[in-house]
Ligand binder design. Structure first.
Ligand SMILES: [Zn+2]
Length: 239
């Protein structure tokens, strides 16, 4: 399996790519991210969810009609509404900050001061250039600064940011920054290994490649700590 590796620690500094110099196709297929924040309009939340569903339903019906589909067919007639609800309530629910997981931290009563790794967090996202799935596994780790987080919250943070139109680089950094902020520590690592259907099922049609992105903050920039994290990821267990 071929794997493309991208380290994102310098993303903030290397983000000065001029998009004006690129065509839409180049931007799309080269997976360039324009920033760490998901680009949003100031009016993003002027409409409520019900109004958005209604509007998407209308426009998705237009797309299907344009494709020449007969929306009187029993199998197709509910599709625009199903797609609209799915976009707002599921696939793109992470756009709305009110869906952000509530994070409660606990005192580190166990005095556990070693690395905690939550690995193989399955996620489903969608590429913002083609609106087709990106799916894979995220592995996250942190070293406590005195506070600890409920384990399921790590999965919830990954999935909140995955439920947006994404590029993998931005997804990785958004998860890492969120963990650093919640856990009040720089000592966070995120590694994502994912498959992009815009690469596998169209365009170059490469079904074998996967993309790895990583973010190493604080102590994880030290070789020994980083290697310990990577060693845990290759541990084989029989449950
Ligand atoms: Zn794409």
């Amino acid at each position: 399996m071929k794997t493309k590796e991208i380290s994102l620690n310098n993303l903030i500094n290397v983000n000065k790519i001029s998009l004006n110099e690129l065509t839409i196709e180049e931007i799309g297929d080269e997976q360039i991210s324009t920033g760490i924040e998901t680009p949003m309009k100031p009016t993003a939340f002027d409409m409520n969810e019900e109004e958005k569903i209604e509007k998407i339903e209308f426009h998705f019906r237009e797309i299907m009609e344009t494709l020449g589909l007969d929306l009187n067919d029993d199998s197709l007639k509910g599709t625009p509404m199903r797609v609209a609800k799915m976009y707002i309530k599921e696939l793109y629910s992470g756009i709305n900050p009110s869906n952000k997981p509530q994070i409660t931290l606990f005192e580190n009563k166990y005095k556990y001061d070693q690395m905690l790794v939550e690995k193989e967090i399955a996620f489903y996202s969608n590429c913002e250039h083609h609106f087709v799935p990106i799916f894979g596994k995220a592995h996250v780790a942190y070293i406590s600064s005195g506070k600890i987080i409920g384990l399921s919250k790590l999965n919830r943070i990954v999935n909140y940011y995955a439920k947006r139109p994404q590029v993998q680089e931005r997804l990785t950094v958004q998860i890492a920054k969120e963990l650093q902020q919640c856990l009040q520590t720089e000592n966070v690592a995120v590694l994502i290994d994912a498959k992009h259907l815009c690469v596998a099922s169209r365009g170059i049609k490469d079904n074998n490649s996967s993309t790895v992105t990583s973010y190493y903050g604080g102590k994880f920039q030290e070789d020994t700590i980083r290697n310990e994290f990577l060693a845990y990821l290759s541990l084989k267990t029989n449950y």
